[in-house]
Design a protein around this ligand. Structure first.
Ligand SMILES: [Zn+2]
Ligand SMILES: [Zn+2]
Length: 308
């Protein structure tokens, strides 16, 4: 068979696809999903962010209840076809409990790699098996129809299908990892759950994290609390607005997305939280853009704009 030569248009398309680096928020709330009129603007699902790179590389950060919405989207768009990775920050309920509701994992022919931090002596696979052992959920991992691989993630530099992904050990009960992807000259960091306050005087945690996040284009960070709430929540493993803004400023991030909000915060509260972030930015002379992460929004990480 004679192969048709590539046209200039084909080449431009191929190049544009190679540069593709998009992020979609499927769930941006923390701890518990919320419903009702206080959660219509920013959505009520818990942590799940999907990253699409190039034509066919797919990375999911966390399996909070937002994963159900992504699953429905995939079923409609691709008939459930999915070949990619799920990176779990840590195995707390709001980051893991929607995995059994991710329909593509039951579909033969799909390939899914589940990665996350082990805890004490338990491998990540063991932790997943535990939440689906028939006691807490009726279906076990044996029902997965896809080719599912499991792996333990640890702090450091990794590559998945040629994409650079670095992991950083966060301040949170248990072993919790934040992730940073660098691709096509752009970068995105997913940092939840993480406590920036309550750091020992000798600990250079915030400096090390700022270095890890240096010049990142998109910083998604746990902003669970208002500043006035934080003193009652010390050592719970989450951050307040001013702490996160200061970190983004220190790291010279380009865009900050406030993420993983306390389930008692309504959309109106989140708007107040954003206004407080702007105040802190003005005090610091910070120049980055700041947003509340909104469920359903897709961003072009390379171009730096929201895709309508
Ligand atoms: Zn959480
Ligand atoms: Zn947690």
């Amino acid at each position: 068979m004679i192969q048709k030569p590539y046209t200039l248009n084909d080449m431009i398309k191929v190049e544009a696809l190679a540069e593709r680096f998009e992020a979609t928020f499927w769930g941006a709330r923390g701890t518990l999903p919320v419903s009702g009129e206080g959660a219509l603007k920013y959505g009520g699902n818990t942590s799940c962010v999907a990253i699409d790179i190039g034509a066919d590389r797919h990375f999911i950060f966390d399996a909070g209840t937002g994963l159900k919405k992504y699953s429905k989207y995939l079923m409609k768009k691709t008939g459930g076809k999915f070949d990619g990775y799920v990176f779990i920050s840590h195995p707390h309920w709001d980051h893991l409990n929607c995995l059994p509701f991710f329909t593509p994992i039951y579909i033969p022919g799909n390939r899914i790699t589940l990665m996350g931090p082990p805890q004490d002596n338990r491998s990540f696979r063991d932790l997943l098996d535990g939440q689906m052992d028939g006691t807490y959920f009726p279906i076990t991992v044996d029902a997965f129809g896809a080719d599912v691989q499991y792996g333990d993630m640890r702090e450091g530099q990794h590559y998945f299908d040629g994409v650079s992904l670095r992991a950083f050990h966060l301040k949170h009960p248990g072993y919790c990892l934040g992730y940073r992807i660098d691709h096509a000259g752009a970068s995105l960091a997913y940092i939840t759950d993480n406590e920036l306050g309550n750091i020992d005087i000798d600990d250079d945690f915030v400096e090390r994290l700022a270095e890890f996040l240096k010049d990142v284009d998109f910083l998604i960070h746990d902003a669970t609390y208002f500043d006035h709430e934080y003193s009652h929540k010390v050592s719970w493993g989450h951050s307040s607005v001013a702490q996160v803004v200061a970190l983004a400023h220190k790291a010279q991030a380009k865009k900050l997305f406030l993420f993983h909000h306390d389930p008692d915060h309504s959309d109106d509260d989140l708007d107040i939280k954003l206004a407080e972030a702007f105040d802190v930015m003005a005090q610091l002379g910070a120049t980055f853009e700041c947003f509340i992460a909104a469920e359903g929004d897709t961003w072009d990480v390379v171009q730096g704009h929201r895709i309508p």
